[in-house]
Write a new protein. Structure first.
Length: 274
């Protein structure tokens, strides 16, 4: 009996030892806590800032791409500043191209200003910067785009790109400004972009301005006005297009555009252009 107690005690001690060893060898369970979206987005901006702060910045490309994908509205001011710094400090074509892509993705007034700044450098990336600028949208960009156009003295490639973007914002507050740029004193390309912008904004008060353009000698400007009128739903737009389409000697291209514009107004064609 005494021996069985000894065996039992030894077994209990052995079991306790095994349990203790198992418990101490287990890795502690750590609950994974994901960062909030703002922190996650800000981390890319912060990492780019740290990298640019080095005497010799290293791998900028993945950081630049990450900023374009992750930076949220609250980080766009600092993100645009850092992206421009990355562009100016790098001679790598891939990095520079990625900066332009990221600025377009971020959007917002700060990116508009930065793309304009890069365009004004006058290097081989100027056309790409203008193109990226033209594809930014959002009503919060309207004031900055107008500033860019004014700074360019309402002329040139950058002004035309900013006008294209201004139309994409569909900001009714910008309609009057675009109407001013349709005047005869401005270069033909700017007038065309302004007319197209009026169509995208689709403010009914712009119909009067576009009707005047139907009588202009510049055929391309007339085409832009026809297309724009087809995007502004009003009886006056439809009536004016029918009158213009019935003019003797109207060219085949204008006649086709009138038919397409009327089709949009009557629901036979997509209401808006891309």
């Amino acid at each position: 009996m005494k021996r069985s107690h000894q065996y039992l005690s030894a077994f209990a001690a052995f079991a306790a030892g095994c349990l203790l060893a198992w418990l101490t060898s287990r890795e502690p369970t750590v609950r994974e806590v994901l960062p909030a979206p703002g922190r996650l987005e800000g981390s890319a901006v912060e990492a780019l800032g740290l990298e640019l702060g080095k005497a010799v910045p290293g791998a900028l490309l993945p950081l630049v791409e990450a900023v374009g994908k992750e930076a949220g509205a609250g980080a766009r001011s600092s993100a645009a500043t850092l992206l421009e710094q990355a562009y100016r400090s790098s001679g790598d074509e891939l990095v520079r191209s990625a900066v332009l892509v990221s600025l377009e993705r971020l959007g917002g007034p700060y990116s508009c200003a930065t793309l304009a700044s890069i365009f004004r450098l006058g290097n081989e990336d100027a056309p790409q910067a203008a193109m990226r600028l033209s594809r930014i949208d959002g009503q919060d960009c309207a004031a900055q785009l107008r500033t860019i156009i004014e700074k360019e003295e309402r002329a040139g490639e950058l002004a035309r790109s900013a006008l294209r973007a201004l139309g994409r914002t569909r900001s009714r507050a910008a309609a009057e400004f675009c109407g001013e740029l349709c005047a005869a004193g401005y270069e033909p390309a700017v007038r065309r972009e302004a007319a197209e912008a009026l169509g995208r904004i689709a403010e009914k008060s712009s119909v009067v301005t576009l009707l005047e353009l139907l009588g202009d000698q510049d055929e391309r400007l007339r085409r832009a006005a026809i297309t724009a009128l087809g995007m502004i739903r009003s009886e006056e737009s439809a009536r004016s297009l029918r009158l213009h389409g019935g003019k003797p000697g109207l060219g085949p291209v204008e006649a086709r555009l009138v038919e397409e514009a009327l089709g949009r107004l009557e629901g036979r064609e997509p209401a808006r252009l891309k």
